[in-house]
Design a protein around this ligand. Structure first.
Ligand code: GRF
Length: 188
């Protein structure tokens, strides 16, 4: 079973999907780290007995220092794959270069359309009729890494950011575990 670290910032619904669908039989989630203290996602991990840690930027001299500490923590757990699941900080190159082709992200748009923050709002502002979810490898750009899986979602006329994000999250909760499972088979 490959060893996986998950990076989170918020509710942790994608983390819950990974735990529910993969943890303990397809992969072993060996740690969950956050860029803020006390998000619900960490509580969720703790409930499953998974070690957690917070790396809050304000507690380090620089953002690079924070990401080096985070990378050291991931290395210390001998993780073979890092999954960013609703992780809201941009990982510094100092982190990314330590885990080439071993970081996976889920993004709520059909990349390369609408990278970065507020992807759902950006898509609605543009008036798109089809959006979707992308699972991709993380490189040093913002949401520019190689696409692993992608699935389209129709945008209803009366969609709001909340309703569209909820529809996209349903897909995220299926697509992210599927991509991690496929990578786990390749890495093992
Ligand atoms: C996800 O919808 C993801 O696409 C976005 O942030 C959300 C995080 O949700 N970047 P959760 O913390 O996994 O519930």
């Amino acid at each position: 079973m490959i060893r996986v670290c998950v990076l989170v910032s918020g509710e942790g619904s994608n983390l819950a999907a990974l735990i529910g669908q993969l943890h303990g039989h397809v992969v072993r989630i060996v740690g969950v780290a956050s860029d803020r203290s006390g998000p619900p996602a960490l509580t969720l991990a703790e409930a499953d007995g998974i070690p957690t840690a917070s790396f809050v930027a304000g507690e380090y001299e620089t953002r690079v220092d924070r990401d080096v500490a985070l990378a050291d923590w991931v290395d210390g757990l001998s993780a073979e794959l890092v999954v960013t699941a609703g992780y809201m900080s941009i990982l510094d190159a100092a982190f990314i270069r330590r885990f080439p082709d071993r970081i996976v992200n889920v993004h709520p748009s059909l990349l390369p359309a609408f990278p970065g923050i507020r992807a759902v709002e950006q898509a609605l502002d543009y008036g798109v009729k089809v959006s979707g979810v992308t699972v991709h490898l993380v490189d040093e750009g913002v949401d520019t890494g190689r696409i692993l899986l992608q699935e389209a979602v129709s945008v209803p006329r009366d969609a709001t950011p909340g309703s569209l994000h909820a529809a996209l999250q349903e897909v995220e909760h299926r697509l992210l575990p599927q991509a991690v499972k496929e990578l786990a088979v390749q890495i093992a």
